[in-house]
Design a binder for this molecule. Structure first.
Ligand code: ADE
Ligand code: ZN
Length: 328
């Protein structure tokens, strides 16, 4: 089996961040919105650093204005993911972008997206679940409203809450209210941390948001006592090495700590984060991991089984995905 055709699980993918640039350009043209400055000469997204990336991300997202746009986006993204062998994917969805945190509007966006996801499941066999994402730099009040949308729509499709955005903005305790509400609604919890912030930032989301998974989490490596705590508690890291390298968290694949974390007993999984922004795919991530750290069948299987166990879906779905992973 090639790395490209290997059945994969992706737990950390931002839906708007997965939008192919041509898809966003097409919508911008249809709606006569000028966002040409976010593209380079070759038509790829252009950004200088993380702050700029967030601005370009939000500019690209500004052309997605209706439930139908989001349904088309789900179709385009899942087609792409399925082509790289992804059989189960969890995507970050934001009521901030889908209806401005209005619950009625959010339900309409959600309806359109779940229909598109069900069609892709039938056509391509790929299963999608959603994690509602408050955006940290939008502040605690908006995060509260976002978490309320999540709690009200928790179910078979919306399975989690996971804060994203600028990790250096505010403190996790400012967002605890929304996480408590989501937990009570039966949602699973994750948070971006240890991407731009150091070990303390990782410890803070564990203490204040009580998450079971962490988006990135890689900078935990700077405190080995924390690494050991992550391993002991079975906290799962949604590691996105290509994203970290593209954004300059680490200078090269060689310098990335995924293998050190894994060797020390931390549960790691592999995802792309925002694939076209970072010129990556799940196949590319797998290829680089094989090339850089000598990962073979056994380690890829271990990482996929970690992802399967850590997926936020219900048990019947987990069983069905387990079968798909077994397929040659
Ligand atoms: N939103 C999209 N990509 C992100 C990243 N890498 N970190 C934080 N928020 C994000
Ligand atoms: Zn992310």
């Amino acid at each position: 089996m090639t790395l490209s055709s290997r059945p994969k699980i992706e737990l950390h993918l931002h839906l708007e961040g997965a939008a192919p640039p041509a898809f966003i350009r097409g919508l911008a043209q249809e709606k006569r919105i000028d966002i040409s400055k976010i593209f380079d000469d070759r038509g790829n997204y252009r950004f200088a650093d993380f702050g700029d990336f967030l601005r370009v991300y939000e500019a690209a997202t500004s052309v997605l204005t209706t439930p139908r746009d989001y349904a088309r986006l789900v179709t385009a993204v899942l087609e792409q993911s399925a082509a790289h062998g992804v059989v189960y994917c969890e995507t970050f969805l934001s009521p901030d972008f889908c209806g401005g945190r209005d619950l009625g509007a959010w339900r309409e966006y959600l309806h359109a997206m779940t229909e598109a996801a069900a069609a892709a499941e039938t056509a391509e066999g790929i299963v999608l679940r959603g994690i509602v994402t408050p955006i940290r730099h939008f502040g605690p009040e908006k995060a509260r409203q976002t978490a309320f949308c999540a709690a009200e729509t928790a179910g078979a499709f919306i399975v989690g809450l996971g804060i994203g955005g600028d990790e250096m903005s505010g403190h996790p305790k400012d967002f605890a209210w929304g996480f408590d509400m989501a937990r009570e609604a039966g949602l699973h919890l994750t948070a971006h941390a240890g991407e731009w912030g150091g070990p303390q930032s990782v410890q803070d989301v564990l203490d204040h948001l009580k998450v079971t998974r962490i988006g990135h989490g890689v900078r935990a490596i700077e405190d080995l006592a924390l690494v050991d705590r992550l391993a002991e508690k079975g906290i799962v890291l949604e590691v996105c090495p290509g994203s970290n390298i593209a954004l300059g968290v680490y200078p090269s694949w060689r310098d990335h700590p995924i293998e050190k974390l894994r060797e020390r007993g931390v549960k790691v999984t592999v995802s792309t984060d925002d694939p076209p922004f970072f010129h990556t795919t799940m196949t590319h991530e797998y290829d680089r991991l094989a090339e850089t750290f000598g990962w073979e069948e056994e380690i890829f299987t271990e990482v996929e089984q970690t992802a399967l166990a850590a997926a936020f879906c219900d048990e019947p779905t987990r069983k069905a995905i387990a079968k798909k992973l077994e397929q040659p």
